[in-house]
Write a protein that binds this ligand. Structure first.
Ligand SMILES: [Zn+2]
Ligand SMILES: [Zn+2]
Length: 258
């Protein structure tokens, strides 16, 4: 217990709060024209969904996420009220690693299948792709069914298979949330630690949101391993845009642009 609030409740609600706080920081940072991966004009022209539609869409998804999370913690709870002791830091780090691999593996194959299956793409996954120019709080703008299958079930599997405690999951799910928001921030900011530690980042995922990159860079949110192993990796370079700012441009060698 922390301040009388159970780890189950914290594991459920902290990641939701973290989503809005972290993307709120990006909103407060403003437009930062010189670090944007796309111009504002491009965002206006290409993004079909309005900002208010996106906020409502994310909130709906988070309601589902909260319900499943509460259900999961109720099921795994033995009802004794005794808080599971935390293992050593090394074990926790190992559980984090397993959790990341599980989420990545689940999301890669589900995400890729949603692109292969035309029905699923048209009716479910295309909603996420309606933001051709991604921005932070649009990260979880998904069809509720996609949120459930990709994010929530992926999260449940990572929790169960890694054996992490509900307390660890507060940090793990918050970290996964921050990473997902960061991958959609639409900016290439100097000093961003995620860019240092992960080759899966805002530019990498930006490629996937473009029409030409739609069949590439499915990996999310942590590593790029599955794209590399299964040949769906689209290499890119960051180039200066003539209007200012940077742009992720694909390096088009031996790639079928479909
Ligand atoms: Zn996609
Ligand atoms: Zn995305």
């Amino acid at each position: 217990m922390a301040f009388g609030i159970s780890d189950d409740l914290l594991g459920t609600f902290v990641p939701v709060a973290v989503y809005w706080i972290y993307s709120g920081i990006y909103v407060m940072l403003g437009d930062l024209e010189n670090y944007r991966l796309h111009t504002k004009a491009e965002e206006k022209a290409k993004n079909v969904a309005s900002k208010s539609t996106v906020v409502k869409g994310v909130l709906v998804q988070q309601v589902f996420q909260i319900a499943i999370s509460l259900l999961l913690f109720t099921v795994v709870n033995d009802g004794s009220g005794v808080v599971q002791p935390q293992p050593s830091l090394l074990v926790i780090l190992g559980q984090f690693m397993i959790g990341m691999v599980v989420i990545d593996t689940w999301q890669y194959f589900m995400h890729r299948y949603m692109h292969i299956n035309k029905f699923l793409y048209k009716h479910i996954h295309s909603k996420h792709h309606s933001l051709v120019v991604p921005y932070a709080f649009g990260a979880l703008y998904n069809h509720p069914l996609e949120g459930l299958i990709l994010d929530t079930i992926g999260g449940v599997l990572s929790f169960l298979l890694s054996g992490m405690t509900p307390r660890t999951s507060i940090f793990f799910f918050s970290f996964a949330t921050i990473k997902t928001v960061d991958d959609h921030c639409g900016l290439w900011l100097p000093g961003n630690l995620f860019h240092l530690f992960f080759s899966n980042n805002s530019a990498y995922h930006d490629i996937h949101h473009q029409l030409y990159g739609n069949k590439y860079n499915f990996s999310q949110p942590f590593f790029v391993a599955w794209d590399r192993i299964l040949g769906t990796y689209m290499p890119y370079s960051l180039e200066k845009r003539k209007e200012g700012g940077l742009e992720a441009r694909p390096i088009k060698k031996d790639l079928k642009m479909n």
